[in-house]
Write a protein that binds this ligand. Structure first.
Ligand code: MN
Length: 271
């Protein structure tokens, strides 16, 4: 199995800083998007701490642990602890926090863990499906039947998150396991994408993209063309069958040494 992935982040048209961060580590099949919050550039600090924790504690491991969900939860707790520790040492960072959506690819499986309103979508057989459920105020109202999804996407309170890293001593991520096969596409994004353009437009931009890189740039352009009111980050991931010479052998990803570049502003890779 080979993994193709690409990620892009952009500060959008309105915000003075980009407080989003992301990780693309195709060598180990680990991907993440974090959307920081907090004044005086503290949001950038929080999202970077979270992404660095994922990089250090998971993306540099040579093998996925036996109990992936428990491991993902521990890593998110550790990222939370590091953000809290930073706030203790730097009181000017008080109130900073971050969302995090994290994907770990196994053979035919993807594990997702998330806190906050950064999302994962699966694109399969021409359809797009949101895999994560936002930890956000408006999504709570949707669940209660008080808002439709359409209303929620335009509600002025749409960026209020109900869970984030950095705000409490303990954080409780949701962990999801999904099948992930060659031909499937996984999208991780910050809310600067899905609050600016509807899911159908996201799907179309991806389908029309000549490559993952092209699709990532199209998504950012669409979000900006629709107002670009927030930082926007997109990471696209797909797997392909092993070339003929390796056909028939089991997936080898657990034996691939780590050579990840870590997070970057604009990065790709093929493992
Ligand atoms: Mn955002």
């Amino acid at each position: 199995m080979t993994i193709d992935a690409f990620g892009v982040t952009d500060k959008g048209r309105v915000r003075p800083h980009n407080e989003d961060a992301f990780l693309v580590a195709p060598d180990t099949g680990v991907f993440a998007v974090a959307d920081g919050m907090g004044g005086h550039a503290a949001g950038e600090v929080a999202s970077r701490i979270a992404i660095e924790a994922v990089d250090e504690l998971l993306a540099r491991e040579s093998a996925l642990p036996d109990d992936v969900p428990a491991r993902l939860k521990r890593i998110i707790q550790e990222a939370n602890r590091r953000i809290a520790e930073r706030i203790q040492r730097h009181p000017e960072c008080a109130g900073m926090g971050t969302t995090l959506v994290l994907a770990a690819l196994g053979r035919s499986t993807v594990w997702l863990a998330h806190v906050g309103d950064s999302r994962a979508y699966l694109i399969r057989q021409g359809a797009i499906r949101q895999l994560t459920s936002d930890h956000s105020f408006v999504n709570e109202l949707v669940r209660l039947g008080m808002l439709t999804r359409e209303q929620a996407s335009r509600d002025p309170r749409r960026n209020v998150v109900t869970r984030a890293l950095g705000s409490d001593p303990a954080v409780s991520p949701d962990v999801i396991e999904e099948s992930f096969e060659p031909g499937d596409l996984l999208l991780l994004c910050s809310d600067g994408l899905n609050t600016m353009i509807p899911d159908e437009k996201i799907l179309k931009a991806i389908q029309d993209g000549a490559s993952l890189e092209d699709a990532c740039h199209s998504l950012v352009e669409e979000a900006n063309a629709s107002g670009g009111e927030d930082n926007v980050t997109v990471v696209l991931i797909r797997t392909q069958q092993q070339p003929q010479a390796d056909a028939g052998s089991p997936a080898q990803r657990h034996e691939v040494p780590h050579t990840s570049p870590g997070s970057s502003q604009d990065g790709n890779g093929t493992a």
